[in-house]
Design a protein around this ligand. Structure first.
Ligand code: NAI
Ligand code: MG
Length: 358
């Protein structure tokens, strides 16, 4: 038959990661059974803070060989109250993003029916954005250091790196995302008034690449003014491209305007497909609610929908996303969205809607 098999690395990680990943895996079981058109061959990996406590490392030495042959990486979250965040991030997530050159981090935000925006006048049709974040360099390039350790005059430096090569490839990617969307509008974010080297190069390359996409309208925003525009004129935006730091911040704002960080997905993509891409939520391990069974599973589910789109299972993706929207519209939501359901309740509701379609 025409059933295809995909190799998926599953890394639930820390905190609510295992809870939301577990919820998404349940739905994936239903989809595979009902559609019968594809199979997911999982490798479950315990790369997490618990592994770090036990073995002193988040990643095994052969992590690249383990992940490289996969069709995708499905990731929960990393971060533990007893580990400094820069250690967990730099020892688990960032090596994967950087070594696999997952240079485009894609973060869609839209208002799902039934989900209320904290913006009083924001209607669902006003908010449908895709934020494209440069994911390999910029402010998170990892260059910097500390001198005069522990002295009163200690110095820390953090060097932002912007290369013509990486700017060019992220703008090509962003234009291609914008081109496929009805409004064909790309807003690029910069701070080239105050930062006069890297950010000016960013702007120059933007205008160069723009010449190759004459059907896409491009406009430029300084990052501070961008926060205002997102809040006051959400309908004026569509596709947004920004640096690693700027897009990190703006996408949390976007997720909040769209109702909750508990629904926002993030894909770290290698558009060349030389390496596998990673699919995860925008949110972290949420230690404040971990273990209570109340985490919103929608962000991780939506990330899995994006994963299905990436590997080419578009029907499964569409069916799942419609089920998510139906569940939210019916008010079957976790407390972060104002509901009274728990993780299991939302997951059960999504599964039932998919089962009913069969
Ligand atoms: P966070 O996203 O984990 O939590 C922020 C707030 O949102 C918390 O109040 C949390 O309860 C709530 N929240 C997050 N996800 C939710 C969900 N699915 N359902 C309901 N409520 C949800 O960010 P925070 O607190 O800054 O970081 C916690 C840990 O996660 C830190 O160790 C941080 O480094 C790590 N982190 C990891 C990320 C990743 O793995 N990609 C991304 C962001 C943070
Ligand atoms: Mg973030």
């Amino acid at each position: 038959t025409g059933s295809k098999t995909y190799k998926i690395a599953v890394i639930p990680g820390d905190g609510i990661g295992p809870e939301t990943v577990g919820a998404a895996l349940e739905v994936l079981e239903v989809l595979q059974r009902i559609l019968g058109t594809f199979k997911l061959d999982y490798e479950h990996l315990d790369w997490s803070s618990d592994r770090y406590f036990a073995q002193g490392k988040y990643l095994p030495d052969d992590w690249m060989e383990v992940l490289k042959p996969k069709d995708a990486i499905f990731f929960g979250a990393v971060g533990h109250p007893k580990v400094p965040d820069h250690i967990s991030l730099w020892e688990l997530l960032l090596p994967i993003r950087q070594r696999f050159q997952q240079y485009a981090n894609v973060r869609p935000s839209r208002m799902i029916k039934g989900v209320k925006s904290p913006l009083a006048n924001c209607k669902p049709e006003d908010l449908d954005w895709v934020i494209v974040r440069e994911n390999t360099e910029g402010e998170y390039a990892g260059q910097g250091g500390r001198t005069h350790i522990s002295q009163d005059w200690e110095i820390g430096t953090e060097l932002a790196i912007f290369s013509r090569y990486a700017i060019r490839r992220i703008f090509h990617f962003a234009f291609q995302v914008a081109e496929k969307r009805p409004r064909k509008l790309l807003t690029f974010v910069t701070k080239s008034n105050a930062q006069r080297s890297g950010m000016v190069l960013w702007d120059e390359v933007a205008y160069e690449v723009a010449k190759e996409y004459p059907h896409v309208t491009m406009d430029k925003m300084l990052v501070d003014a961008m926060t205002t525009r997102m809040v006051f004129k959400p309908a004026s935006l569509d596709t947004i491209v920004a640096t690693n730091l700027h897009a990190d911040i703006l996408s949390d704002l976007a997720a909040s305007i769209a109702g909750s960080i508990g629904i926002a997905p993030a894909s770290s993509i290698d558009p060349t497909r030389k390496y596998p891409s990673t699919f995860e939520s925008v949110h972290g391990s949420a230690p404040d609610i971990a273990g209570q069974g109340i985490a919103n599973p929608i962000a991780t589910m939506w990330a899995a929908v994006e994963m299905l789109e990436w590997i080419g299972e578009h029907d499964a993706a569409r069916i799942w996303m419609e089920a998510i929207e139906e569940v939210c519209a019916a008010g079957t939501t976790t407390p972060d969205l104002g509901g009274t359901e728990n993780t299991a309740g939302v997951t059960e509701a999504v599964k039932q809607i998919i089962e009913k379609r069969a």
